[in-house]
Design a protein around this ligand. Structure first.
Ligand code: TMP
Length: 199
């Protein structure tokens, strides 16, 4: 059994908590599972992540997009094409590039879609989009110091949120939109319910 499940959403929506809860449920159900994140999860990808999030760098939007895909290409090559666990739970995947670099930064979605194909990204079996307004998301975030992308401003994050919702609308059977303002146990139950439908 090889399933790829991705989690998407802007900052502060509770992705990490929900990924951990689903991972624990999968393990308890007798399957194997691993959690990965993007950008990152390979030594090369983690180095790229540090560059991307470093506020000292002045990175063009085009370079930002290409660095996201450089990290993603390593992940596809090393983990996703040789998946050894029943489930891989990924904290963000290519939908994030459409939302952040496409709708957020205003880059051409056709180019992003071409990069998805070019880097041979598998289509996730299921994607959870945790949806929340950016003001509430940022209030929930505990760390005071914002990284380079988090410092992009409220208009940027409103556009990212819109982008995610449009992407969900175009991919209704794959992307499940979850209201992230709900109680975390209610959200977890909704996620497990959707998960049970695919296995
Ligand atoms: P995070 O994993 O701590 O949320 O940080 C990753 C940041 O990178 C987050 O602000 C979202 C952003 N990002 C993109 O802009 N495009 C992408 O394709 C991915 C995967 C993440």
């Amino acid at each position: 059994m090889n399933y790829l499940i991705t989690f998407e959403g802007i900052e502060g929506v509770g992705k990490s908590t929900q990924i951990k809860l689903l991972h624990d449920f999968i393990i308890k159900s007798g399957y194997s599972s691993q959690i990965i994140r993007e950008p990152g999860s390979t030594p090369f990808g983690e180095d790229i992540r540090n560059i991307l999030l470093n506020s000292d760098h002045n990175i063009t939007k085009e370079a930002e997009l290409l660095l996201m895909f450089a990290s993603r290409s390593a992940l596809v090559d090393s983990i996703l094409t040789n998946q050894i666990t029943d489930f891989v739970l990924c904290d963000r995947f290519y939908d994030a590039s459409i939302a952040y670099q496409g709708y957020g930064r205003g880059l051409d979605i056709n180019i992003i879609e071409a990069l998805i194909e070019h880097t041979k990204c598998p289509t996730p079996d299921l994607t959870f989009l945790l949806d929340l307004d950016p003001e509430s998301g940022f209030k929930r975030k505990s760390s005071d110091k914002m990284d380079r992308i988090e410092s992009s401003g409220i208009t940027f994050f409103n556009n990212v949120r819109e982008g995610y919702l449009k992407q969900a609308d175009k991919n209704k059977s794959r992307i499940k939109v979850i209201d992230a303002s709900k109680d975390l146990n209610v959200i977890s139950n909704e996620i497990i319910e959707e998960f049970n439908k695919i296995i």
